[in-house]
Ligand binder design. Sequence first.
Ligand SMILES: [Zn+2]
Length: 275
Amino acid sequence: MGILMDSKKVADIGIIGGSGMYSMLSTVDEIQIETRYGRPSDKVVISEYGGKRIAFIPRHGRKHTIPPHRVPYMANMQAMKELGVSRVISTNAVGSLRKDYKPGEFVIFDQFVNMAQGRADTIFDSERVVHVSMADPYCPELRRVCAEALKGRGAEYHESCTVLVINGPRFSTKAESRFFSSNHMDVINMTQYPEAALAREHGICYLGVGVITDYDAGIAEDDAPPASFDMINKIFDQNSETLKSAITDMLPKISDTKGCSCSASLNGAQATKTE
Ligand SMILES: [Zn+2]
């Protein structure tokens, strides 16, 4: 049990993203939370916008000190749950695995494939055996509202997008990149897993939206220099204003009542007998 009781509703919508997203909303409060899985990546920033209370966690810490394989995914999502959050919007930098998904464009994930390892990735780890459905891990309602917001901002975006998740922190070899591409993966990222899966286990609706920052190693032209972190950051920053604007446009349009079935994935998922 953390400092906050499970029943206390502090925020409606969670945002997990880069520390650059801080400037998006004005801070109402900052909360240090201690969950049963430890501390989240940083203090949770509480804001208000469009009639909603927002809880923001900078995924890599506010000074970007946490590498992708050490992000406290379990604590981050548990903190969101304890704050009463029912929907999480996550922002991501991604590499493209196909030529027609171009740097500077946006993607709204609809599937993930996980190749990251060694990360704690379930809240159903003892006592209760639960097999939650992960067939469609991303919330269709949030995806629709996000697409409308990106369209409204004149952004180029792709709504069909399978994200392949690798461990990092290193980037792919050319051969790995071509392998992923030939297996119909659209973009590559280091943090969507287990974040998306944990949201589903908590019954929290989850959206993953990405900025394409580069072509992955095996997709770029042969004479193109491989992506560097500096280059990725530069492209992300160039597009982050559009992303922030689209997310602030989204917030008031998210309905108070859910019309999706994300939470229903837990129905009939428990294997352990209760009596
Ligand atoms: Zn949903």
